[in-house]
Design a protein. Structure first.
Length: 145
């Protein structure tokens, strides 16, 4: 399985659109140019890295990097990552694509010296993340307007 760094927003926008259509089948079959441009702009953020899996991408994942404020015990601060936007086309699920994408993010986080990687899993994705070494020891709180 090939995992490529995504440089072209088209495949990523297509996967994101397909993912959204799973929840809202009334969306058109293909994304419009405005949506592709919005994904391109989103991908241009230097704190964000996006990977796709497969030549005709069947999956994607994103690692967003955050930098902690320096503290008296760590003047350099520290970095951590947020794993998000993991999506694998339904027909490719169960074949190791998600595993390869998650392990790519973990390897990159290790290379970057991240203190941790966090995520917000769906119920269905929890077994995958556990197999990849994630635990349930994070007590995130959420505020929504």
């Amino acid at each position: 399985m090939v995992v490529n760094v995504a440089a072209d927003p088209g495949p990523v926008a297509g996967l994101r659109w397909e993912w959204a259509r799973g929840a809202d089948p009334t969306l058109p079959a293909e994304p419009d140019n405005e949506f592709v441009a919005a994904v391109r702009d989103w991908m241009a953020d230097p704190t964000r890295t996006v990977w796709t899996a497969g030549e005709d991408p069947v999956g994607m994942v994103c690692l967003t990097e955050y930098t902690r404020m320096p503290s008296p015990s760590d003047a350099a601060g520290g970095r951590w990552g947020y794993l998000g936007h993991l999506y694998v086309r339904p027909e490719a699920r169960g074949g190791g694509v998600g595993d390869a994408l998650v392990r790519t993010v973990v390897a990159e986080a290790i290379d970057r010296g991240h203190a941790k990687v966090v995520l917000s899993p769906s119920l269905r994705s929890i077994p995958l993340y556990r197999r990849c070494g994630f635990t349930d020891d994070n007590d995130l709180m959420v505020w929504r307007p």
